[in-house]
Write a protein that binds this ligand. Sequence first.
Ligand code: ADP
Length: 745
Amino acid sequence: MTVSKTPEDFSRLPLGDAPAGAGERVKVLFPLPLFKAYDYLLPPGATARVGAFVKAPFGPREVFGVVWHGLPDEAVPAAKLKTIAEVLSAPPLSADLIDFIDWTAHYTMFPAGSVLRMVMRSGDGLAAPARQTGYVLGAPPEGAPIRMTPQRQAVLDAAGAEPKSASALAAEAGVSDAVVRGLAKLGALARVEIDPDPPFAEPDLTRPGHDLSEDQQFAAEQLRRHIENGQHATTLIDGVTGSGKTEVYLEAVAAALARDALAQVVILIPEIALTLPFLKRVAKRFGGEPAPWHSELTSAARRRTWRRVADGSARLVVGARSALFLPFQKLKLIIVDEEHDGAYKQGDGVIYHARDLAVARGARAHFPVVLASATPSLETVVNVDEGRYEAVGLAARHAGAAMPDIALVDMRSTPAGPGRWLSPPLVEAVNVRLSVDEQSLLFLNRRGYAPLTLCRRCGHKMTAPNSDTMLVEHRFENRLVCHHTGFSMPKPKACPACNAVDGLAPCGPGVERVAEEARARWPQATIAILSSDTAGARAMREILDAMYDGAIDILIATQVVAKGHHFPNLTFVGVVDADLGLSGGDLRAAERTYQLLSQVTGRAGREAKPGRALLQTYQTKAPVLTALVSGARDEFLAAEAVSRRGLGFPPYGRLAAIILRGQDERALQACAQAHRAAIPAADGIEVWGPAPAPIYRLRGEARIRFLVKAQRNMDIQRFIKAWIGRVKMKAAIRRVVDIDPYSFL
Ligand code: ADP
């Protein structure tokens, strides 16, 4: 994506600084799927500037909204306008953020109100929460000695000068809240007020980072220069896993925070499981944990981060893609770690790509953006080649650790044997690691036991109800689960189609099935499975910690293990099915396979002991696999670039998908035909479709897709707007526009 290609009809909108006064008209945008802001009157005695949060009547309710820019329609008589109920004291949204909301709405073609909704999602952050009562050690009145019990003593031992809530104290002492309250009544504990959203520690910028290598210093210097210039530049840090990219961008973070005492910085990371160790690492660097932001935070933790970002006191945020929509007052640097990662694309609600939006945000608000990756996306590589982005390279692993030695296992000449998935060379490699007390990782990007359940008698495939998606057996829970819709059911004894009993057979392996084989083969070894089914962040963390400590011999895992983790004693990675992901009509299939396998093999040998990886494949000549073996990443990318250029695919052309869906297939077909008939003629733009989506039925709805392919210099949004504006939609059909689609299902 190129931000400079902003269409001319979208310009930075003037944001008045002077607050409007009582009785004046203002526009208000609500966090609802609305394309425009509505006119309101300010109540007597109130002033509000653009960005201020308000509560205003909307339909039958009062709704939180934001004073928006734009001129109210003076022709409407004031008597017809409703009056804002309340102007909130929460800090107003910054002009930069308002501009970003508008730009995002324009680019993604979603309503501005829906984008605002992402910013306001933590709505309870708008009002300061009630103060809580905390307890500290008190001085009991003289002459009234307190009868000590073991419970009371435990509470007093747990209490100190730092205030703690009754429940926290009680939990620590292993007693009930009543014991705490009783001690307070007697004066042995004193009550104090505590802020439920305490500020985050100010980053300590006097702490030195590691001594940087020459490469790292050069890279850090370049980033610092951009920060000192105070201008926008996007810089890619390109270096193999473990080369010290994180150390380098933490220097840029320090520089941005030091340059401006109010500056805020966000580091985006793709994987929630990585947040905890990452927060600790950042805490070590800056002397205090940064503000976290991801979907697994408790609502109280979300509110704390939201409020502290909004009041400007949280200066460093580490979060998932949605952290981009936090209410920053003065955002001055965005880091996108693992910029190639598919997790940056949000597919529900407002569909966006956080890396692309991060670059747009930096470009519009004039601050630097840093992308880091060992396997940058072709989009980014082309942006570097064409001079839009800069690049700094880190050539080697830090402290001389070598890259793993990667080889292919030809499954045609060395098969695993019937009903088995691990070939003799792979088994031998694990044997060697077990004999020298080193760890192995067996990687298979498939959750559950078997991806397909088939009736041996009639050939019936088990699918989710009203969907064309396969049910995946999860043997541990004895259930069949749909990974697309979330549907699950106990595994039936009989085939629902032909009633044959015990005829349902699992086909193909998932991690659970590989683990079954591994347990049978290596009964003495400690074996663990890790996938997104591993319930909860804590359980996942425990397995990762055990792996880090060397307590697990063989870890069998999906892609949750691919990113960022550092296991000192892991020296072997076996990829059970390297062909998975190579097939299918996805234009990025090869690129993604390269990224994933290079990340996962990069887990091996990150310290002194050398690492090795074996990739099991039936396609030993596949260019992506031979490139992995020879480490010829740039050549692989160059070949990908040639083929994408030939097809006019991204990044050499632009794509957008229009997806229509509904329960009534006839109405859906008619709607698709109406769209077909309305396609405007435009040079340089083609529309493919309508075509049934590869997963045609999902949750009872049928889905039909169009794909718009445009030359890079075309304004694809303008074309789509003109097109879909001609089609009258029926209420029963939903239409979604996906600009720059990454999924074609
Ligand atoms: P990347 O982000 O490229 O994967 P990291 O920044 O995580 O690499 O570095 C890999 C490991 O090497 C980490 O444990 C990190 O602390 C260490 N490391 C990197 N650079 C230095 C340095 N200059 N001095 C000391 N340790 C370093």
